[in-house]
Each structure stands twice: as C-alpha cells, then as structure tokens.
Design a protein around this ligand. Structure first.
Ligand code: GLU
Length: 382
C-alpha cells in the first residue's frame, strides 16, 4: 500500500508525543507546542478520525513545578515528581483542547493492565466509549505506582500497546528526530533520511544502530524495537520530528515527512499469533454446523446463538477453543463472557443477553477481532 493511502485512510490513530517535544532546550514546558499539537489533533478529530494521544511529560512538568533543573535518580522521587506533573500536564491539555471544543480524558496504564485480559478488555471498552462520547483519551504510564516488574518503561512501547489495544491503523511517534537516517546524522552531516522502511533488515538495524541513544528512555533503539512490534501487529508507524511546525497536519496532507515503517505482510497479526499459539485455552465452545460455517466462511464474530455446549471454567477474557460438534478444533479466541455466563446464554439471541444476565458485555461471545480461525479447508489461518 502506498504511503498516501495508508495515511489518508487511517481512521484510528495513536499519536505519541515525547517529553523532548514538549520541552524547550532549557527544560521548560513548551506551551506553544502543546497548543499547536492540540489544535492539529482537534482538526484530525474533526475530520472523523479517532485519536488516542500517548503523552509523556509528567516528569518534565513536575520538575518545572518544583523548580528542578536536573533529572532526579531515585524511583520514589521520580514517581513523586510524576505525581506532581501529571495533573498539571492534563490541565495544560485541557486548556487548549477546551478551546477547540474537545473533551479530554486521562488514562494511566501499567504493563499489568495489558497482560491481564480482563483489565485489557476493560481498558479497550473504556477507550471505545470515550470515542463514542467524542472525547480524546490522553494516555500515560501510571508512573506513580509502577515498579520494575510491572512497568512498560517507556512511552514508545506504551504507544504500541495502545495501538494494539485500539486496533489503530496508524501510529505516529513524534520525537526530537526527523526520522530514521541511514547513519547517525549527528556524526555524519551527509546522512540521508530513510523515507520508507519495508522490512527490519539487518542493514536498517545496523545503520540505525549507530544512532542509538545510549541514554535513558526513548532512544532510537527503544523506538525501533517498539516500531518493529507495531509492524508485527500490523500497524504502520510514522516516526517524525514533533519539533517541526504543523507536523501532524503535514503528515496527513501527504507530505513526505519522517520515516514510514510499513507493517508486516503476514496474514496473521502478532496478536492473533498470540491468541492462536500463546494463550492457554481454559475451556471450549461447541458450535452447531451453521455457526461453524458462519465463522469459517463468513468472517463473522461468534454469537451465543450458535453455541450448543460449553466446557471448562473460564473467565471473561480468557482463551477458549472453538470446536464443531464432532470435537474438531476450528478456531481459538478470547471470550467476552465467563463459562457460567455462556451456560446461561448459549443458544440464545444476542438481544436476550441483557434480559437473561441483567447486564451485557456486548453481542458477541467472541468478537471476530479476537478470533483466530485455525482449521478451514482451503483457507489459511486468519
Ligand atoms: N511517563 C513518563 C512521563 O510522563 C515518560 C516516559 C517516556 O517518555 O517514555 O514523564
């Protein structure tokens, strides 16, 4: 797919803004930048795009509030500074987005929220509802509570997880670099910007290797690692300089800005690979023939009506096998209802769910986005 089509056609977009974009060289918050980005994002939303903004800057704003000039070291101090900075960062965004009539919202995530399926689903549903309300989710790591074991660690990787979470069709990482160069532009002034990366070849990684930042979070190696993950999830990424005026506008107006990393062409996304091969099945759903056909050949979600039997004691969000009545494995997926709930709603119409359970987690037992077809004659896994 051409760059123009990918970008113009992107309806769900994650924009990641790094601290370096939001601060001036003397480490003060660049209010003009926040205002400009808010204006550009508002325009994209007005065009009907759903934007999730992953914004760093809590620590930078906290440092400014405390009058600190040097980055602090100890974890509790960093967490305290983030706790001070985060609400002020949000207040700044609120000021500018309000002027554009956009309601903002704050989501603070940890690695744990992504790993635990129930929390993952809840985060996904919350963001879907925020989009429904026309609100802009502004996402950061929950710096104040994360410890090493449960932290994502950097917002490049967080933005990729969010891109997976909302099934974004584009990720834009705004940083202090113009993109990926064929060698380190700080060392080689003649270095060329690579405008498109189709594959993460050795050559690309080597060339970029020279420009890896040895310091802290968000260096080029971290970025490339994150972008590679996005590509394997099927999400294209633009890496561009957030310092450039009207950068988002120019990207969407078709300018050859930054580096576009194309997604992998594999039929199975990384997430689906994970569902297919990584997730432990905690039970099974047995389908009647009609439902099996709809699933295999109609590309449909799995609804309760086609389920004849349920096995196991799974919870909402866990992995389950999907089998035909003879027991043949046809698919695997992450289920939207627990085994107990499925036992009550199997064979019923989706519109009856609310009446039977007194609540609903949606029409689908397994949404097709969380379903991997494993066995269909004449068909690849998909
Ligand atoms: N969460 C950190 C902050 O808001 C930034 C982490 C990063 O930029 O990667 O300051």
């Amino acid at each position: 797919m051409k760059r123009k089509e990918i970008i113009a056609g992107a309806r769900r977009v994650v924009v990641k803004v790094g601290s370096s974009v939001l601060t001036t060289p003397d480490m003060t918050i660049d209010l003009q930048k926040i205002q400009d980005l808010s204006g550009e994002i508002s325009e994209l939303i007005a065009e009907g795009r759903k934007i999730a903004l992953v914004s760093s800057g809590a620590i930078a704003v906290g440092m400014e509030r405390l009058g600190l000039r040097q980055r602090v070291e100890g974890l509790p101090d960093k967490q305290a500074i983030a706790a001070i900075g985060q609400p002020h960062l949000m207040a700044l965004y609120d000021t500018y987005f309000q002027k554009k009539g956009i309601q903002i919202s704050q989501i603070l995530l940890t690695r744990d929220d992504m790993d635990h399926r129930r929390r993952y689903l809840n985060a996904r549903d919350t963001i879907a509802s925020l989009f429904k309300f026309g609100a802009l989710p502004i996402i950061n790591e929950n710096d104040t509570v994360v410890v090493e074991e449960i932290k994502v660690g950097d917002n490049d990787n967080l933005s990729v997880l969010v891109a997976g979470l909302i099934q974004a069709d584009l990720l834009i990482i705004l940083s202090d670099t113009e993109g990926l160069f064929d060698r380190d532009p700080k060392v080689y002034p003649e270095a060329c910007l690579i405008s498109e990366v189709e594959e993460f070849s050795e050559g690309i990684l080597c060339a970029a290797g020279e420009s890896f930042s040895p310091t802290g979070i968000g260096g080029m190696s971290v970025k490339l690692d994150a972008i590679r993950k996005a590509a394997s999830f099927g999400v294209p990424t633009v890496l561009a300089s957030g310092k450039r005026p009207r950068v988002l506008r120019d990207i969407f107006d078709g300018g050859h800005i930054g580096t576009l990393f194309l997604p992998r062409r594999d039929p199975l996304s990384c997430r689906k690979q994970w569902i297919a091969y990584g997730v432990r099945s905690a039970g099974a759903l047995y389908l009647d023939d009609g439902a099996v056909k709809a699933l295999l050949y109609g590309g449909k979600s799995l609804l309760p009506t086609g389920v004849a039997r349920v096995d196991g004691a799974f919870e909402r969000g866990e992995g389950v096998d999907v089998r035909d009545l003879s027991g043949r494995l046809v698919a695997k997926g992450l289920v939207n209802y627990s085994a107990q709930e499925v036992a009550k709603i199997k064979g019923k119409k989706s519109r009856e769910i609310n009446e039977i359970l007194g609540y609903t987690w949606g029409d689908e037992l397994i949404h097709r986005d969380h379903l991997v077809i494993l066995s269909a004659p004449g068909k690849e896994a998909s």
